[in-house]
Design a protein around this ligand. Sequence first.
Ligand code: NAD
Length: 238
Amino acid sequence: MPTAVQANKIVVLSGSGLSAESGLPTFRDSNGLWNQYAWHEVASPEGWRARPEAVLAFYNERRHKAWHAQPNAAHAAIAALEAAYEVIVITQNVDALHERAGSTQVIHLHGELAYARSTAAQPKRYRIDDAPIALGQLADDGTQLRPDIVWFGEQTQYMDEARAHVADAAKVLVVGTSLSVHPAASLVWAAHATAEKVLVSLEMDSVPDGFDFQRGKATERVPALTQAWLAQAAATSP
Ligand code: NAD
C-alpha cells in the first residue's frame, strides 16, 4: 500500500557541508579531509588493524575540533522548525551540532564522535564527549575502545528507520551533502512523489528527480527556507 504523507512532518538529510560554516572541514571539497588523509588508512577496518594509533589520533583530533565548534545559523534554523512541525534530522555528520542547536530527534547514520565503543562482537557504547581514546584503553568487556564511527565497508546505522521517516514526510530538505556516500545517499529516492523536496548545496553534480536545487551557503539558504515554512504553518494553523 502506498505511504500517505504526514502534512506536518519535515525530514532533514544533512551532510558535512552543513557544518562547514562552523569550521569543520567537509570530505570532498578542495580543503576537505580526504585531500589531507588517505581514507583507507584512517576510516576503514583495514586501517584500524594496520595502524590503530594513527586512527585514534585522527579521530581524537576531529573530536576535539567538533567539540569546540559552535552550531551555525543553519543548524539553529532547522531546530527552530520544531515550533510548528515534527522534524526528524537524519545526518551523515558525526558532530553533535544539530543536538547542540536544539534539534531533539536526530538519527546519526555514520556514528558519533562523542561516543566510543568496544571491539567485541556485541559492542558496548560509551559517551566520552571530547575525551581522547588511547591505545590500550579497554572497555568493561576487556576489548580495546574505538571511535563509534561507521567506517568505509561497515554497515550504515538505522537505515530502515530513516527510510520510513523520509517516505512519509511532506517536506524533505537535503543540505550540505554531495550524495556520493551510499547507502545514505539513496534515502533521497524514498521521498514521496507529492513531498516538497529542496536541496541546498554549494555544488551538485546531479540533482535527484523532483528536488528544487537551491545553490548557496547553508547559513543563507536554510534560514530563508525555514522562515517560509514557519510562515506557511502559521497561515494554515486553525
Ligand atoms: P561531502 O564532502 O561529500 O559533500 C559536502 C557537500 O556540501 C558538497 O556538495 C558541497 O558543495 C557542500 N557544501 C560545502 N560547504 C557548504 C556550505 N557552506 N553550504 C552548503 N553546502 C556546502 O560530504 P558528505 O556528503 O557529508 O559525505 C558524507 C561523509 O562525510 C559522511 O561519511 C560523514 O560522516 C562525513 N563527514 C562528516 C563531518 C561532520 O560530522 N561535520 C565532516 C566531514 C565528513
